[in-house]
Write a protein that binds this ligand. Structure first.
Ligand code: NCD
Length: 319
């Protein structure tokens, strides 16, 4: 990554981020280079100025704890303000049948940008085509979650010092897990990465993504048993089986905790292996794992979620 230059040009100003593919390696570098400055602001309890005078609308059509709050906190820490709409599907004019396009046109007038979570894959992309202001995808159905992948990659880089030449494992719901879809796009941008994909066969990565990532040079190894997991991996990234995407509760019950990260399983991993999860967890990581110093889901990932989003927002909304 181009860390050589003293001050990188801001090539994110005014940009929408609806897929991880909207980002280039140089933009990722710019975001990561801005993180230490954000960390200082937070540690010194200072407000930044990058978003002063700006209002960002948070439109969350699907439930969220971390993503919603970290965006809200990040905007305020940068001196901006928010219009916060959780659950507009029940409380806004969309109940009356208003189209997404019309909702976006309205919020575009009240704000300088939109952070959006929606149950329809591709909805943020449509919003970005309608809106004159930047739109950031905070999760679109089983599609993508690009800012989660940014914080995940930052967490890996912080620990291992690189984003190429990695060996990792991603486990759980690879079919419906949007964080996985963005994260794999991220790994496919860097060289010599090998990712083991552990899931029940019904929750395998969709074939289109699988061949696309392979074409990009990402080495993918699909496995279905714990015994095939890489023991000396740089990371094990666990995910929740996405209950809300299942047609029947029975089908969900069959696979929900097929793969659980327990201290016994973790004892097979090397000392350098870090354990990650985008959260929330619902049984797929044993709580006893929280004490393991290799577990980063409550520590680094959450903290980095705030800092990386601050860095991204400060670059997109710079005046
Ligand atoms: C994830 C999401 O919403 O996609 N959560 C998050 O934003 N950290 C993961 C999940 O819900 O399983």
């Amino acid at each position: 990554m181009g860390y050589g230059r003293k001050k990188a040009r801001n090539n994110l100003r005014g940009k929408s981020i609806t897929s991880f593919d909207d980002l280039s390696i140089s933009q990722i570098s710019n975001i990561f280079e801005a993180v230490p400055k954000m960390k200082k602001l937070v540690e010194r309890r200072r407000m930044g100025k990058a978003l002063e005078g700006q209002i960002i609308a948070l439109l969350f059509f699907e439930p969220s704890s971390r993503t919603f709050s970290s965006f809200s906190s990040a905007i305020k820490r940068l001196g901006g303000q928010t219009i916060e709409y959780q659950n507009p599907a029940q409380t806004s004019s969309s109940v009356k049948g208003e189209t997404l396009e019309d909702t976006i046109k309205t919020f575009e007038t009240y704000s300088n940008g939109i952070v959006m979570r929606h149950f329809v894959p591709g909805a943020p992309r449509i919003a970005s085509e309608v809106s004159i202001n930047p739109v950031i995808n905070a999760g679109d159905g089983a599609g993508e979650h690009p800012t989660q992948a940014l914080l995940d990659l930052y967490t890996i880089k912080e620990k291992h010092g690189k984003l190429s030449g990695l060996t990792g494992l991603i486990a759980g719901d690879l079919l419906n897990g949007r964080t996985v879809h963005s994260l794999l796009r991220g790994f496919s941008m860097f060289k010599n990465n090998t990712i083991y994909l552990l899931s029940p066969s019904s929750l395998r990565l969709n074939r289109e993504d699988y061949s696309e990532f392979k074409k990009r040079g990402l080495k993918l190894i699909e496995i279905e048993k714990e015994s095939q997991m890489p023991k000396d991996a740089d990371f094990w990234y666990w995910t929740r089986v996405q209950k809300e995407r299942f047609k029947s509760q029975k089908e969900y019950e069959k696979v929900k905790t097929r793969f659980v990260l327990t201290p016994k399983l973790a004892s097979q991993a090397s000392k350098k292996t870090i354990f990650m999860h985008p959260l929330p967890r619902v049984g797929e990581i044993d709580e006893a794992m929280d004490q393991d110093p290799r577990s980063l889901y409550f520590r680094n990932q959450i903290r980095n979620g705030l800092l990386v989003r601050m860095a991204l927002l400060s670059l997109i909304f710079t005046k």
